[in-house]
Design a protein around this ligand. Structure first.
Ligand SMILES: [Mg+2]
Length: 319
């Protein structure tokens, strides 16, 4: 696939969000069509070209590769709860993940409201397991204190994702942590300049894989094999089209013991296709964008132009 083929079929959509997530209320995504289907290129707007180039590689893979390994046809998902204080919103979101047995809750800014949010999730989904995602915002000392406090107030939870920001802090935290809580690494691998060169021993127990930031299924599988840790596949807030690629990655992992964060479509008011959640799982289907939705949510021409230029620059990065 060459650059012209990407630009010729390029569409940009602005998807309205039900809940504010990562500080945004509209998710802008670019899509293009290749011989094997549609690829989604949707690095967040503030990402630079070097980081975004991985996303382009993943999108090209989605549009050009026909077959990937497949060990399962349905993927267990977790519900994702953004950093909200609204009980109404939390209840509404939980219902939007039918049958989910696990909820991932965004925390990190204020432990009192984090605890209130976690207790609400427990109230509305009493049988569900919880995991929390800090996005690296705690210091080692804060992490020790907050994890112990959360553990003592809500009881066991599945894991804490990226409690501190870097590899060295993760190691120091793990050394000192007294309570039995697993640690998952996300940014530590996703933002690494070389995810193969780092030694994650004594730093994390679980690794998050996000297909677009890690440059596609082939490379994600290589990273998983290299680190040999339990994996969780998660989204980067893609539309249903990009999500299909994440689902294919989850299907392609020989071993998958945890529910995956691939149901973030529930955070959108509307999506470009449908991934139905049934009994806490999503079936693997390849998704083509709904043309009517593409037209309805089409970005203005100046945004299309912005994405065209961004793709050209990322294409150059990929060489
Ligand atoms: Mg995360």
């Amino acid at each position: 696939m060459d650059l012209n083929q990407i630009l010729e079929t390029l569409r940009v959509a602005q998807l309205p969000m039900r809940s504010k997530f990562r500080g945004i209320t509209t998710r802008e995504v670019a899509l293009f069509e290749g011989p094997a289907g549609w690829g989604e290129f949707s690095p967040f707007l503030e990402y630079d070209d070097i980081e975004s180039a991985n996303w382009l590689k993943s999108a090209v893979e989605a549009a050009t590769v026909y077959n990937f390994p497949s060990f399962r046809s349905s993927i267990k998902i977790n519900g994702t709860i953004p950093a909200t204080d609204s009980a109404e919103e939390i209840e509404r979101l939980i219902v939007s993940y039918p049958g989910a047995e696990v909820f991932k809750v965004k925390v990190g800014t204020n432990t009192d409201s984090d605890l209130a949010r976690l207790k609400l999730v427990k109230k509305f989904a009493p049988a569900a397991k919880l995991r929390i995602d800090v996005n690296g915002s705690w210091s080692v000392d804060e992490a020790l204190q907050n994890i112990e406090r959360i553990y003592s107030e809500i009881g066991e939870f599945e894991y804490v994702e990226q409690p501190v920001s870097d590899l060295d802090s993760l190691k120091r935290l793990k050394e000192r942590l007294k309570v039995n809580v697993k640690i998952a690494g996300d940014e530590v691998i996703r933002k690494a300049s070389d995810p193969f060169s780092m030694n994650l021993d004594g730093a994390v127990d679980i690794l998050m894989l996000k297909v677009a930031p890690l440059a596609g299924i082939k490379r994600s599988l290589a990273i998983a094999e290299h680190h040999n840790l339990p994996m969780v596949v998660s989204s980067a807030l893609e539309s249903a089209v990009g999500m299909s690629h994440g689902l294919r990655l989850a299907a392609a992992l020989p071993k998958l013991d945890y529910a995956c964060g691939l149901a973030t479509g529930s955070l959108f008011t509307s999506d470009l296709a449908t991934h139905e959640i049934r009994d806490g799982a999503i079936s693997l289907t390849s998704q083509t964008p709904n043309l009517e939705a593409l037209a309805r949510f089409a970005a203005p021409p100046e945004r299309l132009e912005w994405w065209r230029e961004r793709i050209k620059r990322c294409w150059e990065v990929l060489g």
